[in-house]
Design a protein around this ligand. Structure first.
Ligand code: HXC
Length: 260
């Protein structure tokens, strides 16, 4: 599959995807969204691939938002009729069960911030900027941002950010819980690939179940979430990789995962 607006590379078991419209600060137009769905669908289906990294081409932006030029003339009937963005949102949060990381290398604004928040976690460069400035365009976050940002940073900060449209630097984003770690810009990609390789080296069913368990904390109440966790634990207890992991520990050797 050849892409025009994204680049995809495989680094052993890690898929690296770059949004590649640097002149438009990697703004997310329909083509980018369709190509990302395709690329992540292939990643999910490919048994040799265990973790993905999404980043932006160039030094300035991860993605500066949905493409304003494309949206500007789009009438309500089309937004509603096409269910603009919804397929993409559900694809990333439901269909992709393998872990993936957003490596935010610059502006992550509007839809760009929302895409980053769909990742399992965000690593940010010290040059990153986060924000939901949609209010300045007369709209609001439309790909889950009002919900995910509030889950991540709490009501007070989310409300201030969406109502003023101000941008957040990476240190504030890390303190607020939006970002897992901030790293120097020059190290971001290597760090993200190394982190992804660590995840890729884990038993794949356990990686999926750990992701599912943490995500359940956002969907379920505490009691139901803990029950869900226990069920996932029970499922993993029947895998060959659980037996292998524990046996390898006891025998003081490295485990060899079968993915079963
Ligand atoms: C289309 C964009 C764009 C965007 C930047 N560009 N952001 N094009 N959509 N979201 C283009 C500019 O038009 C310009 O193209 C080129 O990228 C460089 O941008 P500049 O503005 O010249 O760069 P700079 O002065 O450094 O400012 C950077 C910036 C600014 C602060 C990030 O570009 C900006 O404010 N962008 C818009 C951010 C935003 O509002 N995002 C939310 C979008 S709404 P030309 O051709 O002029 O060189 C959204 C809704 C999601 O995401 C939910 C939908 C349901």
């Amino acid at each position: 599959m050849t892409f025009e607006t994204i680049q995809v590379e495989q680094h052993d078991a890690v898929t690296l995807v770059r949004i590649n419209r640097p002149k438009a600060l990697n703004a997310l137009n329909s083509q980018v969204l369709e190509e990302l769905i395709e690329a992540f669908g292939s990643f999910e289906a490919d048994d040799t691939q265990r973790c993905a990294v999404l980043t932006g081409a160039g030094e300035k932006a991860f993605a500066a938002g949905a493409d304003i030029k494309e949206m500007a003339e789009k009438p309500l009937a089309e937004f509603y009729g096409e269910n603009f963005f919804s397929r993409w949102t559900s694809h990333f949060t439901r269909a992709i069960r393998k872990p993936w990381i957003a490596a935010v290398n610059g502006f992550a604004l509007g839809g760009g911030c929302e895409v980053a928040m769909m990742a399992d976690f965000i690593l940010a460069s010290d040059t990153a900027k986060f924000g939901q400035p949609e209010i300045k365009l007369g709209v609001l976050p439309g790909m889950g941002g009002s919900q995910r940002l509030t889950h991540a940073v709490g009501k007070a900060k989310a409300m201030e950010l969406v109502l003023t449209g101000r941008l957040m630097d990476p240190e504030e984003a890390e303190r607020a819980g939006l970002v897992a770690r901030v790293v120097p810009a020059a190290d971001l990609l290597n760090d993200a690939l190394k982190t992804a390789a660590t995840i890729a080296s884990m038993p794949p069913l356990a990686a999926m179940a750990n992701k599912e368990a943490v995500n359940a904390a956002f969907e379920l109440g505490l009691d139901m979430g803990i029950q869900h966790e226990r069920r996932l634990f029970n499922v993993l207890s029947g895998t060959e990789d659980k037996r292998e992991g524990m046996q390898a520990f006891i025998e003081k050797r490295d485990p060899s995962w079968s993915g079963r």
